[in-house]
Design a protein around this ligand. Structure first.
Ligand SMILES: CC(C)(COP(=O)(O)OP(=O)(O)OC[C@H]1O[C@@H](n2cnc3c(N)ncnc32)[C@H](O)[C@@H]1OP(=O)(O)O)[C@@H](O)C(=O)NCCC(=O)NCCS
Length: 174
């Protein structure tokens, strides 16, 4: 594990979605559809798909270590008060779940939190993560907060650069 994380924050009041329209257009042109777990249905088979996708993408997080079992994942990430299927953006290529951007509801602390953004290896470098995170910005509005927070292992250049591209800046919190 890292002994210090790269902590990042986005102020959604200054987020300019128009700057990122081309990423969504690229996805559409490639047949990638963006939706949420709420729209697809927060059902047992969809939770299984979510787990598999999250697990596969997490294999590329530096120092991630062994991923949860399915039961641990449900207990720690899904059956918790901050989980909201409206905050879980899914990218679909036909029936294939190729990306997720999961944001949890931490409104009692004044923000929402990007739990995990991941794109399957064969789909990377096509703008899918930017398109998913832009699509998911509305979740912060829905929760009535201005801030989205996340943190990454300092060696996770792809994730850090992706967030900086969106306008996330360095932040400090305990
Ligand atoms: C991080 C991740 C989600 C990026 O997904 P992606 O769909 O390939 O990213 P995009 O194509 O949308 O790229 C967005 C921006 O990120 C940056 N970026 C993406 N991959 C990068 C890389 N390998 N190195 C440096 N910057 C990179 C670029 O700034 C890029 O913008 P540009 O295309 O306009 O130059 C993907 O690499 C991944 O799933 N990694 C494993 C899981 C992970 O580490 N998740 C983060 C922890 S929660």
């Amino acid at each position: 594990m890292a002994d210090h994380w790269t902590k990042l924050e986005l102020d959604v009041r200054t987020f300019d979605a128009a700057r990122f329209v081309t990423y969504a257009e690229r996805c559409r042109a490639a047949g990638i559809r963006l939706t949420t777990l709420a729209e697809l249905g927060d059902t047992p088979p969809h939770r299984r798909e979510l787990y598999t996708l999250n697990k596969d993408c997490s294999a590329d997080i530096p120092d991630r270590g062994e991923f949860y079992t399915f039961d641990e994942y449900i207990e720690r990430r899904v059956d918790v008060p901050s989980f909201d299927p409206r905050g879980v953006v899914i990218a679909l290529d036909g029936d294939t779940w190729c990306g997720l951007a999961a944001t949890s509801d931490q409104r009692s602390d004044g923000f929402v939190f990007n739990e995990m953004t991941g794109v399957r290896a064969g789909y990377r470098g096509r703008g899918i993560s930017i398109a998913m995170k832009t699509f998911g910005i509305g979740f912060a509005h829905l929760c009535g907060v201005d801030k989205i927070r996340t943190f990454h292992h300092p060696a996770n250049a792809a994730a850090i650069e992706m967030n900086r591209r969106l306008g996330y800046v360095d932040a400090q919190w305990d």
